[in-house]
Design a protein around this ligand. Structure first.
Ligand code: NG1
Ligand code: ZN
Length: 530
């Protein structure tokens, strides 16, 4: 951006003076009215990142589970992962530079990263269904062309689909074909291979209710369905035809409210799931004959998947190190069950997908899920090779071969780049089919400890500093001691506080033997935060 014509382009996307935004855990996210300049500048930054990595970079325009009026943007690194931490800092710097300081801010990044500006750049862009999305993604594309980068606009895609495209492109097709059709083909073929030969699969087992949150996931699940050869029959609700995005529906609503979304016709015992607004999260649920609502969140999903994988590894006789990665929000019963009954290696990281993703990469197989339903499974190169070898080994027993083939198809149904509602849904449906398990049996693996999450508004949430994967507060002085003594009053209790990375609040979490105790503890801890 040296020439005056380029400076003029940036003037077409002016920054409202004084507006300060932060690239947080979820990228930039705020009211769509304030984002045009951010989008243009993220187009510039993605182009620099592409030159810097000599690879294709992704830019996703979405505000996930936020209301329709909001929007946001996230950058995707070459292997489909979240952008490197230092570039999050550059993003904040660039977004907040006043109009006259934009060029120096850009030059500063170029200098710090020693970027060769003659290097070609390639940027993939996608957006969710928000009405502001078309204009905002155009601003991203303008930013890319300003620095002479090439771009491909995928238009309406889910967040995980764009992550997938970036990874496919940068692995020269080894991960799959970088098209939406290619994505459907890879996942659906793997799903059909997993389920087709399952004996005695009833119609009930093949049927699933999906709440599309009135968003992009609804559009995409409809496109996907015709590839599934009726091995999965979906009743789609909240498909965007009449309801408002994320309004009283979607995974975040269901998880936080612990109740069924509006717009879904649930019959007793029927298996249902909800996506969020950009289709990177999923939660399952059903209602019992007594009318009680049962939620199967990210912790239950991680339990189902890791149990299934562990059984297959045993059958295959493969010595691969598997771990489950959670955050402090994981229900204590899930951690207990996995650690003590399943004897799985457990890790706890800070909140935010990138932390879980990195921790999961340390193992041959890393299953990671946030309680809110965002997660996936990562397989190391060694794990994939050992599984492939066994599947192709003509001397191995039938049982071993069967397990290896199931593992191979499991790998192919999973989107390893990031949590993916559609891919996770297919994996869960396949596991339930193979294990001949109902949603009730899955739910009964362990019972959740009653819990409560509260938000506390204080003048500066960041005065709270935490350690031990956010499970203990180190400041302000005396806070942790106060929490400890409150927790002691209740049985099976646990509580922690942390500043949110996406809202200007302190989050309080408490769990205990009864709902009354969990509620009381959360309330008492929130008073200690003031
Ligand atoms: P914060 O606001 O930092 O708690 C929330 C979710 C995260 C993650 C991010 C990004 C909870 C308690 N926190 O983070 O799990 O999904 O948003 O969207 O659900
Ligand atoms: Zn999301």
């Amino acid at each position: 951006m040296q020439r005056s014509a380029d400076t003029e382009k940036s003037a077409l996307h002016p920054k409202p003076a004084g507006l300060v935004l932060q690239y947080g855990t979820a990228g930039f996210r705020t009211n769509a009215k304030n984002l045009d300049h951010v989008m243009f500048r993220m187009g510039l930054l993605a182009t620099l990142r592409s030159k810097n990595t000599k690879a294709t970079i992704g830019v996703m325009v979405t505000a996930s589970h936020n209301p329709e009026e909001d929007n946001g943007v996230k950058l995707i690194d070459p292997m489909g992962e979240m952008v490197a931490m230092v570039w999050e800092g550059y993003a904040t710097q660039l977004a907040n530079a006043e109009q006259d300081d934009l060029l120096p801010a850009l030059k500063d990044i170029i200098k710090r990263e020693a970027i060769n500006m003659t290097q070609e750049a390639n940027v993939f862009v996608g957006r969710d269904t928000r009405s502001s999305g078309a204009c905002l993604s155009q601003a991203v594309l303008d930013g890319v062309s300003t620095l002479d980068g090439h771009s491909k606009d995928y238009g309406l895609v889910t967040t995980p689909q764009l992550h997938y495209m970036v990874c496919c492109q940068n692995t020269q097709g080894q991960y799959g074909e970088a098209t939406v059709e290619g994505y459907y083909r890879k996942l659906s073929q793997a799903f059909i291979r997993l389920t087709k030969n399952v004996p005695n699969r009833t119609d009930d087992q093949k049927h699933l209710c999906v709440d599309g949150a009135n968003g992009i996931g609804a559009l995409k699940v409809r496109e996907m369905e015709r590839h599934l050869e009726r091995e999965l029959q979906i009743s789609l609700f909240n498909d965007g035809s009449s309801g408002k995005l994320n309004h009283q529906c979607g995974a975040d609503f269901v998880k936080v409210q612990q109740k069924a979304p509006t717009g879904v016709e649930m019959t007793v015992g029927e298996r249902c799931c909800s996506f969020d607004g950009d289709a990177d999260r999923i939660v399952y649920y059903y209602s019992s004959s007594a009318g009680r609502f049962h939620l199967l969140d990210g912790d239950k999903i991680a339990t189902l998947i890791s149990t299934f994988l562990k059984e297959l590894l045993t059958q295959a006789g493969l010595d691969l190190k598997m771990a489950v990665v959670q955050t402090a929000y994981a229900n204590g019963s899930s951690t207990q069950y996995l650690e003590n009954t399943m004897k799985v290696i457990m890790k706890c990281t800070k909140t935010g997908v990138k932390h879980l993703h990195h921790a999961a990469q340390e193992f041959d197989i890393g299953v990671y899920f946030e309680s809110n339903g965002h997660g996936t499974v990562l397989f190391s190169k060694t794990a994939e090779q050992k599984i492939k070898q066994l599947a192709e080994d003509s001397t191995s027993s039938d049982e071993k071969k069967r397990a290896a083939l199931l593992l191979q198809n499991t790998i192919n149904v999973i989107n390893q780049t990031v949590g993916d509602s559609i891919s996770d849904m297919l994996l869960i449906e396949a596991i339930l089919a193979i294990k001949g398990m109902t949603v009730q049996q899955w739910d009964a693996i362990y019972s959740d400890l009653p819990n409560r999450q509260l938000k506390v508004r204080v003048s500066n949430p960041r005065v709270i500093d935490t350690t031990d994967a956010e499970r203990r507060a180190v400041s302000p002085a005396g806070l942790q001691e106060a929490i400890d003594s409150l927790v002691k009053k209740y049985r099976q209790a646990r509580s922690f506080v942390r500043p949110s990375g996406t809202e200007d609040v302190v989050r309080v979490y408490a769990e205990a033997e009864t709902q009354e105790s969990a509620d009381a503890l959360a309330h008492e801890v929130s008073l200690a935060v003031y």
